[in-house]
Structure formats: structure tokens, C-alpha cells
Design a protein around this ligand. Structure first.
Ligand code: SAH
Length: 222
């Protein structure tokens, strides 16, 4: 899976995607035990500012019809998108981050992971993006929840993160997909008795018994 992020803040996004599980998934896995060899994902960034032609690299303008704030201009975003996926032959999906979009959820994450080779994610800022971008790119607007953020970077990262962990081999030996485990949910780790402000907090005893059947029953009940 290849993710292509269009954002005027690539550096804050890249710090996240280079770390931990997502960072590892972008490197070639030569480990003997690796079930799925090679790179599992790639994440590339395209800054609309780099596709402006004016001296000040302006990416926003005042809205037609009046109103507060600024709107992101269409052209720098279209050019950034073109550079990202314009010539890609594989299956490409373009998502525009928007609080008015279709609600992102786990089934959509699975579907995206299965159905596409390239996902372009366009992050807005200010009052949003010139609406013509959506039509021209035949893009789908996606929302990560019923709240309004200051930018589409966190939504784009949220989607990348949730889709990436559905790609075979992205999760390591410790992590595994929730629905492939008999149970998920609450978890405990060492110490078995936590001492906090004079009070003892033990883990549920059944987890220490080693009786896997009982443990699974307990977790399901939880
Ligand atoms: N007045 C605008 C709000 C823009 S918020 C409107 O009604 O659309 C600025 C940018 O943040 C948006 O362009 C979008 O990319 C992003 N954003 C904010 N909240 C979001 C959410 N819940 N889901 C996805 N993107 C969101």
C-alpha cells in the first residue's frame, strides 16, 4: 500500500509515520521470521506550497461570497495530487479530509486496505479546500469524527494508521489484529500487584493461573 499525503505540514506528519510500527513497515524486512518480506507500505508527502508559482507561495485566498477565514486554493493542491498519483497505473483512491465527509470506521479501513494500491489523502487547513478539487479528482470526503479540527493532518494520519495495520505483515509478532484473536479488550502487565499511594491493586487472579481456557472465558466476559 502506498500512501500519498497532500499537506502544507509534511514534517509534522512524517515524524509520526516514521516512528514505531508505521516506520518499521516502510523498511525492508529481512528478518528470518518475517512472514511477509519486503516493504509493506510507503508514505510520501507533497506540499501544495511547492506547486505555487507566485513569489509568496500562497496556498490560500479569501472566500468568494464573503465570510470569515481563508480557503485553500485548488491549483496547488491539484498539482500536488498530480505529482503524487496522477500517473499511477494501479488502483488509486483519493480522500479529502473534511468534517462533513463520510464517517471513517474500521470496516472502511479494511475495505481501503483490500481494494487499493495507492491512497491519496488531502489535508485541508483554514476554512477548508476549494470545492472544485473534490469534483475534478473524483475524490471522496472523509471525516474522522463529529468534531472540527484545525487541519486535516491528524485525520490523514488516523486513516493511514488504521489502514496500515490491516495490511498483512505490518503488525509484528507482538501486535496482532483484534479480530484474529479469540478475545481483545482490557489488558494488564507487570507488576501483578501494583502499589499506588498506599493501596494494593492486583491483576485479576485468573490471568496468573496459566489456564488458557479460563483466561479466554474471563476476557470474553470482560
Ligand atoms: N469550515 C470548514 C471547517 C474546516 S476545518 C468546514 O465546514 O468544512 C479545516 C480542515 O481541517 C478541513 O479542511 C479538513 O481537512 C480538516 N478537518 C477538520 N475536522 C475534521 C474532521 N472531523 N475529519 C476530517 N477532517 C477534518
Amino acid at each position: 500500500m502506498n500512501f500519498h499525503v497532500v499537506t502544507i505540514f509534511p514534517e509534522i506528519c512524517q515524524a509520526y509515520t516514521d516512528a514505531s510500527v508505521l516506520g518499521r513497515a516502510q523498511k525492508t524486512d529481512k528478518g528470518k521470521g518475517a512472514k511477509v518480506r519486503g516493504k509493506k507500505i510507503s508514505v510520501s508527502y507533497y506540499n501544495p506550497r511547492d506547486f505555487t508559482i507566485d513569489k509568496h507561495h500562497k496556498v490560500d485566498e479569501r472566500p468568494y461570497g464573503g465570510g470569515p477565514g481563508m480557503v485553500m486554493k485548488a491549483e496547488p493542491i491539484l498539482k500536488a495530487w498530480e505529482k503524487a498519483v496522477g500517473r499511477k497505473k494501479g488502483k488509486v483512491k483519493t480522500l479529502i479530509m473534511s468534517p462533513r465527509g463520510k464517517k471513517f470506521d474500521q470496516p472502511l479501513a479494511k475495505k481501503l486496505a483490500k481494494s487499493y494500491e495507492h491512497i491519496a489523502l488531502i489535508s485541508g487547513r483554514y476554512e477548508g479546500i476549494d470545492d472544485r478539487v473534490k469534483k475534478i479528482l473524483k475524490a471522496e470526503e472523509v471525516s474522522v469524527g463529529d468534531y472540527v479540527l484545525t487541519g486535516g493532518e491528524l485525520p490523514a494520519l488516523t486513516i493511514i494508521d488504521a489502514v496500515a495495520r490491516e495490511i498483512p505483515g505490518v503488525l509484528g509478532t507482538y501486535e496482532s489484529l483484534e479480530d484474529q484473536r479469540p478475545t481483545s479488550g482490557v489488558s494488564y502487565t507487570r507488576p501483578d500487584v501494583l502499589l499506588w499511594k498506599g493501596k494494593k491493586h492486583p491483576v485479576p487472579e485468573v490471568l496468573l493461573t496459566g489456564d488458557q481456557k479460563k483466561i479466554d472465558q474471563f476476557r470474553t466476559a470482560e
